[in-house]
Design a protein around this ligand. Structure first.
Ligand code: IMP
Ligand code: MG
Length: 368
């Protein structure tokens, strides 16, 4: 009975109920309305999750939708004492009033997705585009058994490469073919464009980083898709003319996991001296660490169509800046670093992260 009735338009869908509640609440707040893309400017793990979480709380988007490859991504968000690592659900989940979506370009691993929605308690406001490609157990097995992917490229072993290759061969299943995902299916492109038509705010969340883009990165040591801002828009079915801002996130000390060239890489001993060891969210592998790469930052900003930049980990440039929330609290060393980064990027640095917690940030977007 119910699906028939819903098709005839007598019953509002779960999406319409959720967005009605969100919109009703948002009318009470005076929000800026726009479509913003957030992407990583180096090799991934720049702290996009934290930036998204902060912007979501400030800008109150009605929808936060994910682009990017799939569950090879790991986003860490710290709120208070709690640390969340997410791989499928948008990292903006920490903002409780947005609908959370996964765009049709993204690969969905139903096991990872279902585990996360329950763990995070976001089942009622999370949606998946029916056209998403599906990662099967077999894709994971192929990824892990492949010497090329696992050893030469250093893949995350999450099945993304084989699943994207089956998608290109047009043999893979789509999210709408998976019964366990039935409750979550929507047309993300339609929902996002309708929200923008209504003047609502939308955040499009990128994953990975520019340097591991299949098109622009250090091929063959890259992931299985482009990772630039245009791809994130395409993943969500949003045309380039609808994007207002592209925030590219750069890490003061860039990192790389897996194999491949890394021109500013430092020795393990040096990173140990600096006290900046890092381990991956998904694979727990130790990340390689480098110094700021101005040339890469400029190239990445250009191809991403950067309008504003975020710098994370400024407290590693100068530990005295840890936790600062005001530009005036930054030391000369940190300010000089940011001035040089702005010169390299060619766009203003409007967000400066000073620690892992969501509130440890300087937001200069209002000064633009
Ligand atoms: P795959 O995407 O799992 O095939 O891995 C290909 C390469 O991209 C490997 O070097 C991975 O370490 C890297 N990679 C994939 N996803 C991420 C990410 O979210 N952050 C950082 N590196 C990633
Ligand atoms: Mg990550």
């Amino acid at each position: 009975m119910e699906p028939d009735c819903r098709e005839r338009g007598c019953l509002p869908s779960r999406y319409h109920i959720v967005t009605f509640i969100i919109k009703y609440r948002s009318i009470l707040h005076d929000r800026t309305m726009s479509c913003t893309i957030i992407v990583g400017g180096f090799f991934g793990d720049e702290g996009k999750g934290k930036i998204v979480a902060h912007i979501a709380h400030q800008d109150r988007p009605s929808i936060i939708s994910r682009g990017g490859v799939g569950p090879n991504a790991g986003h860490t968000v710290c709120i208070g004492e709690k640390e969340y690592g997410v791989r499928m659900v948008p990292s903006g989940f920490v903002y409780p009033e947005s609908a959370l979506m996964i765009g049709s370009g993204v690969l969905v691993d139903p096991r990872v997705f279902l585990h996360e929605v329950d763990l995070l308690g976001v089942r009622d406001r999370t949606f998946v585009d029916g056209r998403c490609g599906v990662i099967e157990e077999e894709h994971i097995a192929r990824d892990r058994a492949s010497r090329h992917l696992r050893e030469k490229i250093g893949s995350t072993g999450t099945g993304c490469g084989p699943a994207n290759s089956d998608r290109v061969l047009r043999t893979s299943r789509q999210a709408k073919d998976v019964p366990e995902l039935a409750d979550f299916i929507t047309d993300v492109a339609q929902d996002v464009n309708s929200a923008l038509d209504k003047g609502e705010t939308v955040l499009l969340e990128g994953t990975q980083g520019f340097g591991i883009s299949l098109y622009f990165g250090t091929y063959p040591f890259v992931t299985s898709k482009d990772t630039s801002a245009s791809q994130i828009a395409a993943d969500n079915g949003v045309g380039p003319t609808r994007i207002d801002d592209v925030i590219v996130v750069f890490k003061a000390y860039p990192t790389r996991v897996g194999e491949g060239p890394f021109s500013t890489e430092m020795t393990m001993e040096r990173s140990h001296e600096l006290g900046i060891e890092e381990f991956g969210t998904v694979t727990h592998r130790q990340r390689r660490i480098g110094t700021w790469d101005g040339k890469m930052a400029r190239y990445s900003a250009m191809i991403n169509g950067c309008t504003q930049a975020a710098i994370t980990g400024i407290d590693r440039i100068d530990p005295a800046c840890f936790g600062a929330t005001d530009y005036g609290q930054l030391s000369k060393k940190a300010k000089d670093f940011i001035a040089q980064a702005e010169k390299d990027i060619g766009k203003p640095v409007t967000l400066i992260s000073t620690g892992p917690e969501m509130s440890q940030i300087i937001d200069l977007r209002g000064d633009l």
